[in-house]
Design a protein around this ligand. Structure first.
Ligand SMILES: [Zn+2]
Length: 119
């Protein structure tokens, strides 16, 4: 049985290189993405998914637990992005989410009740 990782030609979701990539599952929510060997070895995850994930949990950093704050700060170093920039990106994504909730006439994600979807 071949146990070599399955790299294929593609675009790295972390650094945008056109190279050999491998698809991995995310610690940042229910996504998978493709990364190159260099990003895989560094543990460098795609920035936009980190923003999506944190914005879904709330505001940076006050709504985020210490463990995830540490993970995020490690990723920001890998991406060369300042915490101020990250805070702005999370806020913009958070505002977009709130707009979606408003349009759906929901105060928040907590107002989604599964029983409303079933008879
Ligand atoms: Zn890469």
């Amino acid at each position: 049985m071949n146990k070599e990782p399955k790299f294929f030609k593609g675009r790295c979701d972390s650094c945008a290189s056109e190279t050999d990539v491998i698809t991995i599952c995310s610690v940042w929510g229910p996504w998978s993405f493709s990364v190159c060997k260099e990003c895989l070895e560094q543990g460098k995850d795609p920035y936009k998914y980190i923003v999506y994930y944190i914005a879904g949990a709330g505001r940076w950093p006050e709504d985020i637990n210490a463990g995830y704050q540490k993970l995020v700060r490690e990723q920001l170093v890998l991406h060369g992005i300042s915490e101020e920039q990250f805070k702005r990106d999370v806020q913009r994504e958070f505002d977009d989410l709130m707009e979606i909730y408003r349009e759906a006439d929901l105060a928040s994600y907590n107002d989604i009740h599964m029983e409303d979807f079933f008879d």
